[in-house]
Write a protein that binds this ligand. Structure first.
Ligand code: ZN
Length: 337
């Protein structure tokens, strides 16, 4: 008797092993073999899966980029009279998000939207605008429900809030690492500012930068990109015309960006300053960076270097030493209220 049971069990497991070996795993989560293929194909589970697969929208990068281009051109011709040249912000953002997405489908990009914007962009402010671009694109591919739009809107607000908290944090004094993040900001003013106050660039007065013209001219502070030669003619502090070379890193970036004409376009020092304060917080304006440059960079230089730097910064060496030399002159962290 015991023998018979064993045989039956053997046969059963043999049959099972045989069936399993010929089993095909299906994308719906089920599996089938030759005998059960038809039954499986007609099952509710498999049919539902097929419907879902059919409805899966593949995001076509070329199509989206063409659509964004048309969309931009249509809105910019409407504002043709506006003097400030607009740039299409959405296309490069979409490209970056598309690249960051491991699956190029509508559902995947929608479901993983927050991970995607965080993968593609480092700062909450950039993440916030990337989320808005993604919303525009997805809504174009397949209209989003009002409820979903509301949800995404709220997510954007949350990122904005995080961004403001970051500013509060930064008001205790931003670091050069933090500033560097903004070198790839979507905002051209902030991007330019972050490059001009980088630790390897002499921290000129903001008004001097605003009055700088890339290319030959006789009226403004002149920056010749082919040589990196900078000629200062206008300054808050009266002095002689000074000429010096700006670092290769800055010049290389400006060439790449094809900077031409006034560095901040038609904006005034006041307008640039307002935008900087809006993004970095009121304690992290150009004066903060100029001061930081002296305490952290100039103070580590040798005597002759320091004299040269004082000339570039339009500072007297005495000013640098007496006003900034001691660490205690650096901005003290504020107590949180
Ligand atoms: Zn199936």
């Amino acid at each position: 008797m015991a023998e018979k049971i064993k045989k039956t069990a053997d046969l059963k497991s043999y049959m099972k092993a045989y069936r399993d070996a010929n089993k095909v795993k299906c994308g719906c989560g089920g599996s089938f073999n030759n005998n059960t293929a038809e039954k499986h194909g007609n099952s509710v589970k498999h049919q539902k899966y097929l419907e879902k697969e059919k409805a899966k929208l593949i995001i076509d990068e070329e199509e989206i980029l063409a659509w964004l281009k048309t969309r931009f051109e249509e809105t910019s011709t409407a504002n043709e009279n506006s003097k400030t040249k607009r740039t299409d912000k959405n296309s490069p953002i979409f490209k970056k998000l598309f690249e960051a997405s491991s699956e190029k489908t509508y559902d995947f990009m929608l479901e993983n939207r927050l991970e995607l914007v965080k993968k593609a962009y480092a700062t909450p402010s950039s993440q916030q605008s990337a989320l808005s671009t993604l919303k525009i694109v997805l809504d174009h591919v397949k209209p989003l429900s009002d409820e979903l739009k509301q949800t995404i809107y709220k997510e954007g607000v949350a990122l904005g809030k995080q961004y403001k908290e970051e500013i509060v944090h930064n008001s205790e004094g931003m670091s050069y690492e933090e500033l560097k993040k903004y070198e790839s900001s979507d905002d051209p003013i902030i991007r330019m500012f972050a490059h001009l106050y980088a630790p390897d660039v002499p921290a000129l007065r903001l008004s001097e930068w605003v009055n700088t013209f890339a290319g030959k001219n006789s009226k403004y502070n002149q920056l010749i990109l082919s040589t990196g030669k900078y000629t200062r003619r206008i300054s808050k502090v009266q002095g002689e015309e000074t000429t010096f070379k700006l670092p290769e890193s800055l010049i290389k970036w400006m060439k790449k960006m094809k900077i031409n004409g006034p560095l901040f376009g038609a904006l005034s020092t006041e307008q640039v300053s307002q935008q900087v304060v809006k993004v970095f917080g009121k304690d992290n304006g150009s004066r903060y960076w100029r001061r930081k440059f002296v305490t952290e960079i100039v103070n580590k230089m040798s005597g002759p270097e320091r004299v040269k730097m004082a000339e570039m910064m339009n500072h007297s060496v005495d000013t640098q030493v007496t006003v900034y030399d001691s660490k205690t002159e650096a901005k003290k962290p504020k107590l949180k209220k």
